[in-house]
Ligand binder design. Structure first.
Ligand SMILES: NC(=O)c1ccc[n+]([C@@H]2O[C@H](COP(=O)([O-])OP(=O)(O)OC[C@H]3O[C@@H](n4cnc5c(N)ncnc54)[C@H](OP(=O)(O)O)[C@@H]3O)[C@@H](O)[C@H]2O)c1
Length: 460
């Protein structure tokens, strides 16, 4: 029994709404599974595909004549059409990939058949079979997800890369319980469907960007409706995909964790990273002063262009001495630290009295050798740590809401200061391994964006 045959049995016959069924794959132009003895000749299959292809709008409106029988449209939405022949007891369901021809039982609900066929739909997604290097990544056909309670289905146009994707690929950062195994913590695209219980905040076709716990590097992703944000005016899907994870992380660290105040100084390590670029601009928006570190002059120049008041190359100079000189000996009020181990002493050197040191990544590792506590205590400093991905749903919804209300308008024309996502490079989905290599080699300034293949139906 092939995979589709098994799915046909599991998803369709078990519904008890159909007796016999055959599935026609539209792209392959053939019958790919059927129940025993139920024949749909190839010629009929081709005729059906052609009938839908010829005038889909008319089929939705007026139904379809097929083999001299009339099939009335009983249900239609953006992705599927369901037709029924009242005399012959035959139902035809068309989705993006399949046409189902089935004989039905008394009391059949068309929606049950549509949902069952939609479950069979596949999509392209980034995949790896075993943890390891970028060479393990490839694009695979997997089952399309279905939105659950309070979830929205998004047709993804673009997603972006994060360090977490690299760690997950290496097998050191598994997705939280219940999250998709597919890589991708953010996406931009259009609303394509709803699960039960959605509150009506979004409609089919809305352009949205989403914070995700996983699953973004695929053609479709499901997401709780409270994690969606509208795409600001005049922004492309590629630019929008560069926002959710990096900007929400930076916003959360500065406001929810660090409680940034006007006039404070903030030291941002890895200033040209996705999170760093967002943090610089958000510190300016909070009327505070951003200082950065980075590993190349080119990166420092890019951060200065986006508002960094000072920047130091951690590879060629002692950033803590430079920061102390810049702050006239007082040190910085907040440190956003994604480097960890190798920076601890220098961080404490340039932290102000009562300063907040916020650790949100460990790019150099987590081991510390030395008298950290005594040094921290002498400054009455505090250490905070934060991870966004594993936070509770309510927390993330609150974060998305606060960001949407207070920051999102500043991405649109006329806002002052105007915020902008920085896209380093764009890679098509099939170049995912190359995109990972680029990030692993620390080449990017801002975000690496992954573009989905154009839709076969020409949408989005
Ligand atoms: N806690 C959370 O909720 C959360 C959420 C999102 C991201 N993060 C973390 O935030 C950090 C940035 O993520 P991203 O996706 O924005 O990264 P990214 O764009 O890939 O940038 C990371 C940059 O960090 C610098 N770097 C790498 N290794 C370093 C080391 N050993 N010492 C000093 N600098 C080093 C490199 O720039 P240089 O050339 O300047 O060295 C690199 O380009 C990562 O650690 C990520 O795990 C945490």
């Amino acid at each position: 029994m092939n995979e589709l045959q098994a799915l046909l049995n599991d998803s369709l016959l078990r519904t008890k709404h159909v007796e016999n069924a055959a599935l026609i794959n539209i792209n392959e132009k053939k019958v790919c599974a059927s129940t025993f003895g139920f024949n749909v000749p190839k010629e009929n299959a081709l005729n059906l595909i052609y009938a839908f292809y010829k005038n889909l709008v008319q089929v939705r409106r007026e139904g379809l004549y097929f083999k001299e029988k009339y099939y009335k449209c009983v249900r239609a939405d953006e992705h599927s059409i369901c037709l029924r022949n009242p005399d012959g007891g035959v139902i035809v369901v068309k989705t993006n990939t399949f046409i189902l021809v089935a004989t039905y039982r008394a009391g059949m609900y068309p929606s049950v058949c549509v949902e069952a066929v939609e479950k069979l739909e596949k999509m392209l997604a980034v995949y790896f079979d075993c943890p390891g290097g970028p060479e393990n990544l490839y694009v695979k056909e997997v089952m399309k997800p279905h939105p659950g309670e309070g979830e929205v289905l998004v047709k993804v146009s673009a997603s972006a890369l994060n360090r977490a994707d690299l760690l997950q690929r290496r097998g050191t950062y598994p997705p939280p319980k219940g999250a998709s195994e597919i890589l991708g913590l953010e996406a931009a695209g259009i609303v394509a469907g709803f699960g039960p219980g959605c509150e009506g905040r979004w409609k089919i076709g809305d352009a949205v960007m989403a914070l995700l716990s996983g699953g973004g590097q695929a053609e479709y992703v499901t997401v709780p409706e409270g994690y969606l944000m509208p795409i600001p005016n005049d922004m492309t899907f590629i630019q929008a995909a560069a926002i959710p994870e990096a900007w929400l992380t930076a916003f959360q660290l500065l406001h929810f964790v660090g409680k940034i105040q006007k006039g404070e100084t903030v030291l941002i390590h890895a200033g040209a990273s996705g999170v760093g670029i967002a943090a610089i601009q958000l510190v300016r928006l909070a009327k505070a002063i951003p200082i950065v570190t980075a590993g190349t002059q080119e990166k420092l120049k890019a951060t200065a262009n986006l508002g960094a008041a000072a920047g130091f190359n951690y590879k060629t100079e002692d950033f803590s001495e430079k920061v102390l000189a810049f702050t006239q000996g007082s040190g910085v009020d907040i440190i956003l630290d994604c480097v960890g181990g190798s920076y601890w002493e220098k961080n404490l050197n340039c932290l102000s009295t009562d300063g907040r040191w916020i650790i949100y990544g460990l790019l150099s590792g987590g081991e510390v050798h030395g008298d950290l506590f005594a040094r921290l205590l002498s400054k009455r400093g505090s250490i905070h740590t934060s991870l966004l991905r594993s936070r509770k749903k309510e927390y993330k919804e609150q974060l998305v809401k606060a960001f949407t209300e207070s920051v999102l308008p500043c991405f649109s024309g006329g806002a002052c200061p105007r915020l902008r996502p920085l896209v380093d490079s764009t890679h098509p989905l099939h170049e995912i391994a190359e995109a990972h290599r680029c990030m692993e080699e620390n080449k990017n300034i801002g975000k690496i964006v992954i573009e989905m293949p154009p839709s076969s139906e020409g949408k989005a």
